[in-house]
Design a protein around this ligand. Structure first.
Ligand SMILES: [Zn+2]
Length: 175
């Protein structure tokens, strides 16, 4: 069985109402996403799948840690995440419905579909959560001080990119 197969929900056979699915998202999960910014994580996902007659409402609760690097000093951190996200799943034939104002993401399925994969949704939510906020040592539950040696080096390096002293020189054309 493909490891991500566990994330395929056979919704046809689900009873009406809410069914809960529990997943653990870790290194093994992210190995299936080449180029992923996340390689290591330990996140529990509780998915509440609410099967309604004309749509499904998926509520994801994700808690745990994602291994990443401090944006300031590049130190490796197991950064805590606690996210709630909702996705509305509709069938193609309902696409003409009036605008949805629930603020949830909307995903469309074909009437012929029998499975819905939530792996990509979970991957996207977790990856986006890292880009949405600043991640620094002092944001940890037990705050740390950034590595002063590295921050000093980065601060020294930064002005070079904005150094305009070379602009005039660049205008000079060598004939
Ligand atoms: Zn840091």
């Amino acid at each position: 069985m493909h490891p991500l197969r566990a994330f395929d929900i056979a919704f046809v056979g689900l009873p009406a109402g809410v069914t809960e699915f529990v997943y653990t998202v870790d290194e093994e999960f992210f190995r299936h996403y080449p180029g992923s910014l996340i390689e290591q994580a330990d996140v529990q996902v509780n998915l509440f799948f609410d099967k309604q007659p004309s749509f499904f409402l998926l509520t994801f609760r994700m808690t745990g840690t994602i291994r990443t690097n401090c944006h300031r000093c590049d130190a490796e951190l197991d950064f805590p995440v606690s996210l709630n996200r909702a996705v509305v799943v509709k069938f193609d034939s309902h696409r003409e419905d009036e605008a949805d104002d629930s603020h949830a993401d909307v995903v469309y399925l074909r009437r012929s579909d029998s499975h819905l994969s939530v792996a990509q949704m979970i991957y996207d939510f977790l990856s986006l959560s890292l880009s949405e906020r600043s991640i620094t040592c002092d944001q940890l539950p037990v705050p740390r001080t950034c590595d002063p040696a590295v921050t000093a080096r980065l601060q020294l390096a930064a002005p070079v990119a904005d150094d305009h002293r070379w602009d005039e020189l660049r205008k000079i054309k060598i004939r």
